[in-house]
Design a protein around this ligand. Sequence first.
Ligand code: MN
Length: 227
Amino acid sequence: MRLKEYRKKRQFHVTPEPRGAGNVREKGKESLIYVVQKHMASHLHYDFRLEWRGVLLSWAVPKGPSLDPGVKRLATQTEDHPVEYANFEGIIPEGQYGAGTVMLWDRGTWQPETPDVDASLQKGEMKFTLYGKKLQGSWVLVRIRGFGSNPTRPNWLLIKHRDQYASTKNVTQEEPRSVTSHRLLVDIARDEGGDIAKASMGDSADEARRTTTAKSARGRIERKRQP
Ligand code: MN
């Protein structure tokens, strides 16, 4: 009953999100699903999901993943999702849990780098390899404890390991479109009857961060130039 919390939060006669069939693991299927959904709900975030034991383990990453090994991204664990959710791109209706626009931002497969995934999750440090279109190579999720942390919503950090896929490229800003439909959030909202103004705020949130980053980088350079 790992989908109990997921199902309790949603009304499936209203939202187009999948209810989840339960055990849908195909016989002989070796690869595990990896997906990141860009989700403009009350706030923009990136839902990072890894298939494990018939569900998608899920983390909400407010700033999205970073390819820079020096950057640690907060990832708050959320309820397990059905594996069918890995195909969902569209609109969650107003009044429903997570109301807003969902984009399939990246998708592929993943492999654990540890022999015992359950033990690693329990321990709070899991190393894995991603085979996505935008995210690849070696990563780690590390659970953190701290003031204000909610025991049902543990906080983790999502960190890129140093390898050939590590980079300072700002992947969320430079690759803002859906990996499957190549749409922006605003396109998805327009096509599927969502809130266009709110969706476009999600698209421009990445733009705003780019401007801020460029400005502070310039500021640093200018300060350095001063005698
Ligand atoms: Mn979400």
